[in-house]
Design a protein around this ligand. Structure first.
Ligand SMILES: [Zn+2]
Length: 363
């Protein structure tokens, strides 16, 4: 009997890893473990675990990865574990390899943080560091209001007044872009991209290198949660309308409501975006990255939890009531405690996965 989808959702990183490894073992696939140098909050080993199926010298490779944003990993892990448990690897089309990268940011997953060790947003860490990092003067200007030193009602109110004034002058969309667009000057800030490749970036690229030597077409789903209407899954790709690559991505992810994030110009996608960096590293191979993002709770709630977590790890006590409350809020923002939500996002994940895998054959 096939288990109910909600049963694939783990309570902690430890459970998620165990579920994935058990399902991988039952499939008969060998697991490659990239052990992280640090430990989790319970002293547990942290790792990026990788399994591969199908024709390993294939020209076409289909990849999924979970936990780019650490604590968002519950859904991606559930999708990967469910895919294995349901034996979906029996239906891989001929000439295609499938690679599952479980917990690419295991440190953030285990500690229930969006970021990696060192407070780095892995989805802003894929810059070409041979070039100077982008300056984000507007972020610098607002940093003290985004990340106040004190987490008291009066300090938060004062900070909110500054952010409201900015929003009134420039619009809420501009404020969101300033906050979330990535910044490289404040290691104590949010959406910080870092000044060098993280452990996660290095191990993602090494894994992709190892599995795509003969490939000329690579498709990848990067699972995320926290943005958009609750339970809805949106496919985001980076490019410009009319690009041949974007046309093909539309075919690949097709019927699934693809939204294109501009790769240049004023509206340009976030600096250091992981799928942009992977495309650059894999060139001239064709790369079709899909940021599959699922809504959980209203943006303000998610954003508040992320700021509180940033303050907690900088200034707070990880054993306090405030820490317990903040981590509970984060868990809910990353992966709502609702079987209705779990079933909806799991079903949608399998639809997008199947659709991409089927269409990769025909590209
Ligand atoms: Zn994310």
């Amino acid at each position: 009997m096939i288990p109910a989808p909600h049963s694939y959702f783990a309570a902690t990183y430890i459970n998620a890893r165990q579920n994935f490894l058990t399902a991988a073992e039952e499939s008969g696939a060998a697991v490659t473990k990239h052990i992280h140098p640090l430990k989790g909050p319970r002293g547990e080993e942290l790792a990026l675990d990788v399994v591969a199926f199908g024709d390993l010298d294939a020209k076409k490779v289909f990849v999924t990865m979970s936990a780019t944003h650490g604590g968002e990993g519950f859904l991606g892990s559930a999708a990967q574990t469910g895919w294995l448990t349901e034996g979906r690897y029996h239906d891989i089309p001929k000439g295609v390899a499938v690679v599952l990268m479980h917990a690419v940011n295991p440190h953030g997953f285990a500690w229930l943080r969006r970021v990696t060790e060192g407070n780095v947003d892995l989805n802003r860490n894929f810059l070409d560091y041979a070039e100077p990092v982008p300056e984000k003067l507007e972020y610098d200007r607002l940093h003290a209001a985004i990340c106040p030193d004190d987490w008291t009602n009066s300090a938060l109110k004062e900070a909110q007044n500054i952010l409201n004034a900015y929003s009134e002058e420039h619009g809420q969309k501009t404020l969101n872009r300033v906050v979330m667009g990535g910044q490289f000057s404040r290691p104590d800030g949010v959406f910080y991209g870092g000044t060098a490749p993280t452990w996660s970036r290095i191990n993602i690229l090494a894994t992709l290198d190892a599995h795509t030597a003969n490939a000329d077409h690579i498709a990848l789903i990067d699972f995320h949660t926290g943005l958009g209407p609750s339970g809805h899954g949106e496919c985001y790709i980076v490019g410009s309308e009319g690009d041949p690559g974007v046309e093909k991505a539309n075919v690949l992810w097709g019927d699934n409501g693809v939204t294109v994030l501009a790769s240049s110009g004023r509206q340009q996608a976030h600096a250091g975006y992981n799928l942009t960096g992977i495309a650059r590293e894999l060139a001239p191979k064709a790369f079709y990255g899909n940021t599959l993002e699922f809504g959980t709770h209203p943006l303000n709630d998610v954003y508040h939890a992320l700021r509180a977590d940033n303050w907690l790890h900088l200034h707070g006590d990880l054993n306090s009531d405030f820490a317990a409350k903040t981590k509970a809020e984060l868990k809910e923002a990353f992966s709502p405690d609702s079987d209705v939500w779990r079933e909806a996002v799991y079903t949608r994940s399998m639809d997008v996965w199947d659709h991409g895998l089927r269409n990769l054959v025909n590209l």
